[in-house]
Design a protein around this ligand. Structure first.
Ligand SMILES: NC(=O)c1ccc[n+]([C@@H]2O[C@H](COP(=O)([O-])OP(=O)(O)OC[C@H]3O[C@@H](n4cnc5c(N)ncnc54)[C@H](O)[C@@H]3O)[C@@H](O)[C@H]2O)c1
Ligand SMILES: [Zn+2]
Length: 356
């Protein structure tokens, strides 16, 4: 087992191990003295894991109930939050009680937001069950929902009291969802850790390798979040590949292409371009592309760049004329490169020649 402590304003532990679901109730007891717990999960995760988690909370002396919502990003909205509030009211959860997020990033973001706002904030425990949620969304305290005008536009910073990443839960993940999460793992290695990058090159994401790989990713994100809880500086590095990734996701209206696939294309494209312009060590782009390919992630997309970039340009022009692009100096070493938005497409233009 690996245990990491996040020293934000409200410090909390993250545990990474196999078989944590069965211990979730007892471990939560260590940080919360409430009587009631509401476990929020989705319709895909519930059949696999809800009863085990409820049993574990019952055994730890909680009156536990489960709220199940239909799986998918479409559920990450205020109507689901209202339904969660209604259940919290019905079950009379008070300030000292507990909300538990059992699922991927959608469950974690939404449950965290409900916890941040119910009675102006009560304890919540994250039990992330996707790779993305384990290495990324469950760490850092960003919670929220989507509204028709955009993703994650409504939310709050609210830290969990405990995060339990049970690596066994990844066994039931559809392959595409696991691959999607690998993009964030590779991103983390690329911006911060050459050793992790080499580990990913030399090993696979199977049973025994999961704990060290996931733990390292969490440790890196933990460090960044501790130093920059509210995203004013270093935390921006975590956006490597995301400007283009988001543009592509938007281009496909958040349906044709997953987040991780967009980020993979984004990382490959900016790195190829920055290497061409002498900002990145020679050989970095091809090494990154090879690792992305190894994990079945794309390094380019058939959509014309001018089309999908126009959406970002429009957004960013409203915010100001500069955009912060994250680039690699070399593998494991990233920096923020402010750029005029209007120069972004010319910066990226020569990318295809550099990707082999
Ligand atoms: N808060 C943050 O800092 C942060 C960071 C990155 C992403 N996010 C958010 O995370 C969300 C994406 O997260 P996600 O990819 O985990 O999506 P998700 O929660 O929708 O999970 C993906 C799919 O996997 C299923 N699933 C989850 N765990 C499973 C398991 N163990 N076995 C079988 N199926 C399982 C889900 O039901 C869903 O169908 C987005 O809404 C994004 O905005 C938040
Ligand atoms: Zn991401």
């Amino acid at each position: 087992m690996t245990k990491l402590t996040v020293n934000t304003a409200r410090p909390y532990d993250i545990m990474i191990d196999r078989g944590l679901l069965e211990k979730a109730g007892a471990l939560s007891r260590g940080v919360n003295g409430g009587e009631r717990a509401l476990i929020v999960t989705d319709s895909n995760v519930a059949p696999f894991y809800a009863s085990r988690v409820v049993a574990s909370f019952d055994a730890a002396g909680y009156q536990a109930d489960v709220f199940i919502f239909p799986a998918g990003e479409e559920s990450k909205r205020l109507t689901t939050i209202s339904e969660i509030y209604a259940r919290l009211a019905k079950n009379r959860l008070t300030r000292g009680d507990l909300i538990v997020a059992l699922g991927g990033g959608v469950t974690g973001d939404m449950t965290g937001f409900a916890a941040a706002t119910w009675l102006r904030g009560i304890d919540f425990v994250q039990i992330p069950t996707t790779l993305l949620a384990q290495v990324d969304s469950s760490v850092g305290g960003k919670t929220g929902v989507d509204i028709p005008d955009g993703k994650n536009l409504v939310g709050a910073f609210w830290q969990p009291v405990l995060v339990l990443a049970d690596t066994d839960t990844l066994d039931t993940l559809p392959r595409e969802v696991l691959t999607d999460g690998m993009a964030e793992v590779i991103k983390t290695a690329a911006i911060k850790d050459l050793c992790l990058f080499e580990m990913l090159e030399n090993r696979d994401m199977d049973g025994a390798n999961r704990e060290p790989i996931i733990s390292r990713c969490i440790d890196i994100k933990r460090g960044v979040v501790e130093r920059d809880e509210r995203e004013s500086g270093e935390r921006k590095l975590l956006n490597f590949g995301h400007t283009l990734g988001h543009a592509l996701e938007k281009h496909y209206r958040y349906t044709g292409l997953t987040h991780g696939f967009g980020v993979a294309v984004g990382m490959a494209a900016v790195t190829a371009a920055s290497e061409k312009q002498g900002l990145t060590a020679v050989g970095t782009a091809s090494r990154l592309a090879a690792l992305l390919k190894k994990y079945q992630l794309p390094i380019s997309d058939p959509a014309p760049q001018s089309e999908y970039l126009s959406a970002v340009l429009l957004d960013k022009k409203m915010a100001g004329s500069k955009i912060d692009i994250v680039l690699l100096r070399e593998i494991g070493n990233a920096f923020v490169h402010p750029m005029e938005v209007t120069l972004l497409s010319s910066f990226l233009n020569s990318q295809s020649e550099a990707i082999t």
